[in-house]
Structure formats: structure tokens, C-alpha cells
Design a protein around this ligand. Structure first.
Ligand code: G6P
Length: 368
């Protein structure tokens, strides 16, 4: 086992640091000049483009990855995109049409809730697409078509590298679906051309490791933590909070910043740490105003911003900053989650908890 961990103390740590490589293998052989080729989807793209709706279905981190990809999928496909937690779809017996494309996202390809939702979608005649890390998994076998994320084996119970690879696969899927749409061509080409550099940007953000350890030390005693995001980074807020919850066993909630004034604002005081994701995108000025409102209520702020923005986003000396490289808006969630993965990892080690096998959790939940 130690050999497999290489120079790392834990699989989660290894898998976080492996992301420049796993993202490279996810994209390998799939990028062309101004085009993306996903062999497993190419015969079905026409059907997907004519679908009435694209529904992403998953659990846990896989659901969050779909949430991160949704805005870009909507923008490039022009098709309404909805999201379903697999268990909730089953509980509601939600409406599903033959003209729907149901995209199932699962690292293991064996999560019981996701597989039951797949059975449900097959019964309703939807086109079923699988996005998984596991070749030969039940999900890969039972869907009509799909894409392997090729992130390599993930052992830590808390998913890290699979999350970023899932997002990149869904971004590539949106690029493939949107190939015939003229209005978004220049954006599409810009994203395709920036994808090869994404692993380098992830290497850059991994240099924040010591800074995140230092931040974890300052948070070691906290009982609770909030993460506010919106737009492309609403998913980052949910996923960052999920990492802290899962491994550091610390209560943590990811919240849509747009909902802050509808309840969460009541929680703000000098002790509760709040991470606000305010990297540059169409939501930036709204996040600046969220930071101002939290500061006015003496919130304990930790702001994630784009490189060089620290002085413009931080309202006071006491505000901690996490500066990250800026990339295209739809790829920014891949960068922004990395410091939060590192934070969760260090908080777990400092608290003396089991990193790779958190209590009560399983890597793959194969029962309902
Ligand atoms: C379990 C794991 C999570 C994972 C979820 C979905 O709850 O502990 O880390 O995100 O299952 O797993 P899947 O294999 O379907 O992506």
C-alpha cells in the first residue's frame, strides 16, 4: 500500500496532487484543432441535440460535478439542463420523457441510487448516457453510450481527482454538442484552445499547499464553516463544504450566495468562518457586494479571488485571501476546488482523523 502512495502520506493527498496528470489523461486523444472528439458519443450527438431536456443524475461529488458543468452545457447546447440527485428522482418518481437525454455521472459506476435511477430512465425510454471512471462498471454497461473520464483509480473515499475530470468531460461534452451552433463558436474555440493548458494551471494552484495548511491551522478549533459561491462556482461551494464535512468531520455548508440574505445572513458573527468564492466571471461584482455585506456584519472572511485581485476584494486586514490563477469561466471550478480539497485534507490531518476512510462512509454505496 505504501508503494502505491509513493511519497505521499495518504491516498487523498496523492490524488489531489495527481490532478495535473489525471486531467491530462482525461483529455488525451480527445482534442483537435477547434474540435473535441468523444468516440463514445459521436453516433448519438444528433439525438442529444434534438432532445427536449438534458437531465444530469448523480449522488454526492458526482452530482456537484454536474452542477459545475450545467451553466456551460446550457449555454452551448441551448437545451434546458436540469439536475437530479438520484435518490430524490426515485423518491418523487420524477417526470421523464422519451425525448430526454439522461446523463448519469458516477465515479464508481456502481452507486445503487444512480443505477436505480438509470433503470427508471431506461423504462421511460430516455437516451441514457454514462460518465464514469470505471470501465466495465454496471453504469458503463447499461447506458446507451457514454464517456470514460480516465482519471485513474481513485482510492480515497473523498473524491478529488474524479471530480475535476468529470467536470472536464462534461465541458468537452458541451463543446461536442454545441459544435453546430454558430452563435457560440468563438467562445467554443477559445475554450478548446485553452484546455491543454488547464493541467499547468492546476499545478500552479497546487503550490498553495502550505498556505492551505496554514489556513487549516487557524481553523482547527472551529465547529462550523460556510462556503458561499454562485454561478459557475455554486458547485465549488457545495463540493468544498462536502470535502470538509466528509473527511475533517466538521460541520460545513455550501450555499448559493444569492440566497444569503434569505436566511444564512442571520448566522454571521465574528467567529463563524465564511469562505467566499469571488474569482473573476460574470458574477464578480455581485460577489464583491456579498463580501461588503458580510464585512459590515463583522463576518470572519476568507476570500478566494483571482491572482492580483486581493487588494480590491478584501475589505480589511483581517480578511484572509486565497489567490488562484484565472482561467475561462467554465473551467474555473476545476481550479477553485483545489485549495478547498487541500484545506479539507490538512484540517483532517491536524484533527487526527482518518483521511482515506472517514467514519461511516464508503467509497461506493451499493445499497439503497
Ligand atoms: C459515496 C462516496 C462519495 C461519492 C458518492 C457517489 O457517497 O463517499 O465520495 O461522491 O458515493 O459515488 P459515485 O461513485 O457514484 O460517483
Amino acid at each position: 500500500e505504501q508503494i502505491k502512495k509513493g511519497n505521499y502520506d495518504h491516498f487523498m493527498q496523492k490524488e489531489i496532487h495527481e490532478q495535473p496528470h489525471s486531467l491530462t489523461t482525461t483529455m488525451r486523444g480527445r482534442l483537435r484543432a477547434n474540435d473535441v472528439v468523444l468516440g463514445g458519443l459521436k453516433d448519438h450527438l444528433k439525438t442529444i441535440r434534438h432532445s427536449r431536456r438534458i437531465i444530469f443524475i448523480g449522488c454526492g461529488t458526482s452530482y456537484n460535478a454536474a452542477l459545475a458543468a450545467r451553466p456551460f452545457m446550457e449555454e452551448l447546447s441551448g437545451i434546458p439542463v436540469t439536475l437530479e440527485l438520484a435518490s430524490d428522482l426515485l423518491d418523487r418518481q420524477g417526470v421523464m420523457y422519451r425525448e430526454d437525454t439522461a446523463v448519469f455521472v458516477s465515479q464508481s459506476g456502481e452507486t445503487a441510487d444512480t443505477l436505480l435511477a438509470l433503470e427508471y430512465a431506461l423504462e421511460h425510454g430516455a437516451l441514457c448516457v454514462g460518465i464514469t471512471n470505471t470501465v466495465g462498471s454496471t453504469l458503463a454497461r447499461k447506458t446507451h453510450c457514454g464517456v470514460h473520464i480516465n482519471a485513474g483509480c481513485e482510492i480515497g473515499v473523498a473524491s478529488t481527482k474524479a471530480y475535476t475530470s468529470q467536470i472536464v468531460v462534461m465541458v468537452m461534452m458541451a463543446l461536442a454538442i454545441g459544435a453546430d451552433k454558430i452563435s457560440t463558436q468563438s467562445k467554443r474555440e477559445a475554450i478548446i484552445n485553452s484546455l491543454p493548458d488547464l493541467p499547468n494551471k492546476v499545478s500552479e494552484v497546487l503550490k498553495l499547499d502550505n498556505e492551505m495548511k496554514d489556513l487549516a491551522e487557524s481553523l482547527i478549533e472551529v465547529q462550523s464553516l460556510l462556503v458561499f459561491g454562485r454561478g459557475y462556482n455554486y458547485a465549488t461551494a457545495l463540493e468544498g463544504a462536502l470535502k470538509v464535512k466528509e473527511v475533517a468531520l466538521t460541520h460545513s455548508e455550501g450555499m448559493l450566495a444569492g440566497e444569503m440574505k434569505h436566511g444564512p445572513l442571520a448566522l454571521v458573527d465574528e467567529t463563524l468562518p465564511i469562505i467566499v468564492i469571488a474569482t473573476r466571471d460574470a458574477c464578480f461584482s455581485k460577489q464583491q457586494s456579498v463580501i461588503q455585506q458580510l464585512h459590515a456584519r463583522k463576518g470572519r472572511l476568507i476570500v478566494m479571488c483571482s491572482n492580483g485581485d486581493a487588494s480590491s476584494v478584501c475589505p480589511s486586514e483581517s480578511c484572509r485571501v486565497i489567490e488562484v490563477p484565472q482561467v475561462a469561466d467554465c473551467l474555473q471550478p476545476v481550479i477553485n476546488i483545489v485549495p478547498l480539497q487541500l484545506l479539507a485534507y490538512h484540517l483532517t490531518v491536524l484533527r487526527g482523523y482518518d483521511v482515506d476512510q472517514p467514519r461511516n462512509l464508503a467509497k461506493s454505496v451499493t445499497t439503497q
